[in-house]
Structure formats: structure tokens, C-alpha cells
Design a protein around this ligand. Structure first.
Ligand code: GDP
Length: 194
């Protein structure tokens, strides 16, 4: 998609606050620090539009980015919060679950995993959760500029196997440093907007 106009329309913690235009939505999920803000900024050709989830004091909300009045990319706060209380973690969990299980304009999710390591327990749980709800999923392995190209096939098989990727879902290698995989991620998103 040719992206010129992006606005962060709103942040939401509950369904009453979700946008009402009816545009299709693609949600982005991943552990803190996996490279989610960097991926969003790459997709929308900005340097620092999406703020990193590790920004101190940043509120944990669902952030809806309006893309060209055609689509919302929904930045879901990183899961696996080491530094927050159990209660806070449960509240985030409820917010994320409510969104993923009740949002009728949600067309798919992108789950980010760190391409340098095997998917974590959190990654696997998140994938199992969205699979259970039959939400079409693209798994994106980030930071591939840090992995030698002759190891990429191994990354692909390791991620697919560890996460238990269904045949209907896809995996894309990605780097926000080199922009590798950007067009393919957009292609997947556009194919799931209808
Ligand atoms: P978030 O917490 O998931 O939003 O992660 P960020 O996008 O803020 O990235 C976390 C850290 O990883 C930052 O230091 C980024 O510069 C770095 N990072 C993100 N994507 C890549 C990538 O594709 N390659 C490399 N080498 N570093 C990356």
C-alpha cells in the first residue's frame, strides 16, 4: 500500500472506545522489545511515529493507527511484562482478550517473534489463542539482519515447528533495519482487508 496519510486516531482500553467507522483492522502482537514499533514505523514509512512499548510511563492501551482512511493497524501492548504487577498483567490480558474475541472488523493478526531465538512460551500461547478463535495470522520473525542468511532456512523451520504453524497461516522473515519483508507484510495485510 502507498501510505501517505497516517494518524493515531485513538487509544482504547475497552470496547466502548474502539473506533466506529467500520474500517478493517489488523492487530499487531508481540512481546515487549520484539520490534513491533519498528515494524509499524517501517510499514508506514516513518522514523518514530509508533512509540516503543518500553518508553517509561507509556500507558498500556490499544493504539489505533488510521491508514489512509482504509484500515486500522492496531498496536496491542506487548505481552510478557516482567515489571508490572500480577493485577496489571491480568488487566492487560482482559483488555487484549476482549479485543481479539469480540471485534467484528478484526481481519487478522500479525504476531511478532524474535528471529534470533526460538519462539517463547508467551509467543506460543499467543499463537494458540488466536488460532483457537480462527483469526488469520501472519507470524513475522523480526531482526533478521542479525541472523546470517545461511541460517534463514533454519529459522523458518524452527519458528514453524515451535509455534505449530497451521497450513492456513504464514511466516515472513523481516528486518526493520534493511526493510526486508516489508512488501510481503503489506501484501498479506492487503489480502486480508476484504
Ligand atoms: P517494541 O517494544 O516491540 O515496540 O520494540 P522496538 O521497535 O522499540 O524495538 C526494540 C529494540 O530492538 C530497539 O532497540 C530497536 O532498535 C531494535 N530493533 C527493532 N527491530 C529491529 C530489526 O529489525 N533489526 C535490529 N537489528 N534491531 C531491531
Amino acid at each position: 500500500m502507498q501510505v501517505n496519510n497516517v494518524s493515531m486516531n485513538l487509544s482504547a482500553v475497552s470496547s466502548k472506545q474502539y473506533p466506529g467507522e467500520g474500517f478493517p483492522e489488523i492487530a499487531l502482537l508481540g512481546r515487549s522489545n520484539v520490534g513491533k514499533s519498528s515494524l509499524i514505523n517501517t510499514l508506514i514509512n516513518r522514523k518514530s511515529f509508533a512509540r516503543t512499548s518500553s518508553t517509561p510511563g507509556k500507558t498500556q492501551t490499544l493504539n489505533f493507527y488510521n491508514i489512509e482512511d482504509q484500515l486500522y493497524l492496531v498496536d496491542v501492548p506487548g505481552y510478557g511484562f516482567a515489571k508490572v504487577s500480577k493485577k496489571q498483567r491480568e488487566e492487560f490480558g482482559t483488555m487484549i482478550e476482549e479485543y481479539l474475541t469480540t471485534r467484528d472488523v478484526l481481519r487478522g493478526v500479525v504476531i511478532l517473534v524474535d528471529g534470533r531465538h526460538a519462539p517463547s512460551e508467551d509467543d506460543i500461547s499467543m499463537y494458540q489463542f488466536v488460532s483457537y478463535y480462527n483469526i488469520p495470522t501472519l507470524v513475522v520473525a523480526t531482526k533478521m539482519d542479525k541472523v546470517k542468511v545461511n541460517q534463514w532456512n533454519k529459522t523458518v523451520s524452527q519458528v514453524k515447528k515451535t509455534i505449530g504453524l497451521n497450513q492456513t497461516d504464514s511466516l515472513q522473515l523481516f528486518s526493520s533495519e534493511t526493510k526486508y519483508g516489508k512488501d510481503e507484510v503489506w501484501e498479506w495485510i492487503e489480502n486480508h482487508m476484504a
